[in-house]
Design a protein around this ligand. Structure first.
Ligand SMILES: C[S@@+](CC[C@H](N)C(=O)[O-])C[C@H]1O[C@@H](n2cnc3c(N)ncnc32)[C@H](O)[C@@H]1O
Length: 189
């Protein structure tokens, strides 16, 4: 099932709204990072820059065939051979990577889902013990140019409570990702 309110505006516009290198820096992704799983490749906005900087492969999933096609095309044009973009309903089927196999999982702009604990649990299962579940979402305390309706937009405290229910712990408080996002580092013990 497609997560509610998870459609995308045009690519050019979407990619003006996010400081992608700054966000990837904030989570410490670099050459020492192995495999990463991502729920919702969208246009590959994060998948491609991440693939360029990590040592492993990015396994990125999307329920929308157009998003998968765009991400594959962009990866091919960029000559990246460590992007695996697959059509998959992660809510119904999980990430499709071996359990405990990834250094990190990305839940970027998706935890306004109907079943956030299930998504966090699937991400936890994908990462190794000690692995990172990286979350970003739109802030609710400022006016933002995009993002899901405020009624379903989760705040950091809400995500921390869901993460605890999913068997993840927080690594520090939430942090700002200017101009319109916050981030959270969740760890699997
Ligand atoms: C708001 S976009 C964010 C994309 C990307 N994470 C980013 O921040 O640029 C959410 C994406 O999740 C995808 N999606 C929604 N429900 C999904 C599901 N159940 N399984 C896999 N992908 C899903 C949508 O098709 C969309 O491409």
């Amino acid at each position: 099932m497609k997560v509610r309110d998870s459609g995308m505006p045009p690519q050019d516009y979407w990619e003006t709204l996010l400081n992608v290198p700054g966000i990837l820096d904030a989570f410490g992704f670099g050459p020492a990072t192995g495999d990463v799983a991502e729920l919702g490749c969208g246009y590959g906005t994060f998948s491609l820059p991440l693939a360029r900087r990590i040592g492993g492969t990015i396994h990125t999933l999307d329920i929308d065939p157009e998003m998968v096609a765009v991400t594959r095309q962009r990866a091919a044009e960029a000559g990246l051979n460590n992007v695996r973009a697959e059509l998959r309903d992660v809510l119904a089927e999980g990430f499709g990577v071996p359990a405990d196999s990834c250094d990190a999982a990305l839940l970027f702009n998706i935890l306004h889902a109907e079943e956030p604990v299930a998504l966090l649990s699937a991400a936890r299962d994908a990462v190794k013990p000690g692995g990172l579940v990286a979350v970003i979402h739109w802030r609710s305390d400022v006016v933002t140019p995009r993002g899901p309706a405020l009624e379903i937009r989760p705040r950091p405290e809400q995500i921390i409570a869901w993460a605890t229910a999913a068997g993840l712990r927080t690594d520090g408080a939430s942090f700002g990702l200017a101009p319109w996002h916050f981030g959270l580092k969740l760890l699997r013990d």
